[in-house]
Design a protein around this ligand. Structure first.
Ligand SMILES: NC(=O)c1ccc[n+]([C@@H]2O[C@H](COP(=O)([O-])OP(=O)(O)OC[C@H]3O[C@@H](n4cnc5c(N)ncnc54)[C@H](O)[C@@H]3O)[C@@H](O)[C@H]2O)c1
Length: 344
């Protein structure tokens, strides 16, 4: 398997390491030579123990094109569509685009969708990795088995102070230094923590409620030194079949809380991302009975390894693209909610 990763930042390194764990050949491309240098001498060895000489690094413009099984776009959201338009012309078997798929005004989406029709052999995904975790799978199984009765509401929160995000980007001084501080570029709480919206819709669809149809959003927009971003985004959602719930995303909460809850009429199931030091935690309780817990051990790099296993299954046909939680249409649906919420 040949993989090309565009963007040598925080996510580019995670994707590269996960692909190497699969034994795949990896090329990383970045427009900034400093980022390539940082990957080799700083991020990768610090995170994963040592640099992997099998990874090839290329400055944009000098990279190989064609013949890749997977192309993964791990650059800022406002560059995704432009890069995706070029990448799909290389006919990869799978094109992974990081979340959020694009900017809230959906710039470039129409052109990309047209091109997509001309490349039916390419599977396109958006990198909402939490939706394919084993802990979420277990939560859904309990709900589908009727463990807590009929689900009444779905709640999801992804709340993490900027500090947590900047811990993974020590070379940035603050939100205004990158797309993160600009909602129009796909940053802010809405774009950065859109894992929560994705999870809400994924749970809703999986439980038979259908996609989010109506959304009301309240945003706390801050303007600081030229940056402009929502520090809190609160969404009320109603699904196609009338199921109601809530999503909160913010960049102010310490310690971080990444949580989901399915409230049934006979009990509840809660999911805590990194709820214990060992990994994710699922806690569930039937009314009148004692609570139960299951831990799903993992470290953050394991999430991306699982994503690669998912891609292997998509490529060998054991999972159909239409059944993938990461499918393009699902990632696009989240952007449509954000477009409406920001009035973009
Ligand atoms: N799935 C996840 O959990 C997860 C985690 C982190 C980041 N992300 C997403 O990944 C994307 C990138 O985030 P990041 O934190 O890695 O950012 P980053 O700033 O750490 O890295 C982005 C890299 O892209 C490079 N770049 C920018 N424009 C380019 C272009 N046109 N061609 C080639 N390289 C270019 C930059 O030089 C930089 O090195 C964002 O969309 C973010 O939301 C997802």
């Amino acid at each position: 398997m040949k993989v090309k990763i565009i963007g040598a930042g925080s996510i580019g390194n995670h994707l590269a390491q996960a692909a190497r764990r699969m034994g795949w050949s990896v090329a990383i491309v970045d427009a900034d030579p400093k980022a390539l240098d940082r990957t080799k001498n700083d991020i990768y060895p610090k995170r994963y123990g040592s640099w992997d000489d099998a990874i090839k690094l290329f400055k944009s413009g000098a990279e190989p094109a064609g013949g890749f099984d997977l192309i993964m776009i791990g650059t800022p959201p406002d560059t995704h569509m432009k890069i995706a338009l070029r990448a799909i012309e290389e006919n990869p078997r799978l094109l992974h685009i990081e979340k959020p798929l694009c900017t809230p005004d959906l710039a470039g989406i129409e052109d990309f969708e047209k091109l997509l029709k001309r490349h039916p052999g390419t599977i396109v995904t958006v990198g909402y990795d939490h939706s394919i975790s084993d802990s979420i799978e277990a939560m859904l199984k309990l709900a589908k088995d009727g463990f807590v009765g009929a689900i009444q509401t779905i709640d999801v929160e992804f709340r993490e102070h900027w500090k947590g995000i900047f811990g993974a980007h020590p070379w940035l001084a603050g939100p205004g230094d990158s797309y993160l501080g600009y909602w129009k570029r796909g940053g802010g709480a809405g774009g950065e923590h859109s894992h929560a919206l994705h999870l809400w819709e994924f749970l809703s669809v999986s439980l038979g409620w259908g996609a989010a149809q109506e959304t009301q959003a309240m945003l706390d927009i801050r303007r600081i030194n030229g940056a402009e971003y929502d520090q809190i985004a609160a969404f009320s959602l109603k699904s196609e079949k009338g199921g109601m719930g809530r999503v909160i995303q913010d960049v102010v909460t310490i310690p971080a809380r990444k949580w989901a809850k399915l409230q049934g009429d006979k009990g509840f199931i809660e999911w805590f991302c990194n709820g214990v030091p060992e990994g994710d935690l699922v806690r569930y309780q039937q009314e009148g009975k004692s609570p139960m817990e299951k831990i799903f051990p993992k470290k953050r790099p394991d999430d991306f390894y699982r994503e690669m296993l998912h891609y292997e299954a998509l490529l060998d046909g054991s999972i159909k693209p239409k059944d993938s939680p990461l499918k393009f249409t699902h990632g696009l649906s989240i952007m449509k909610i954000l477009k409406q919420s920001y009035h973009a």
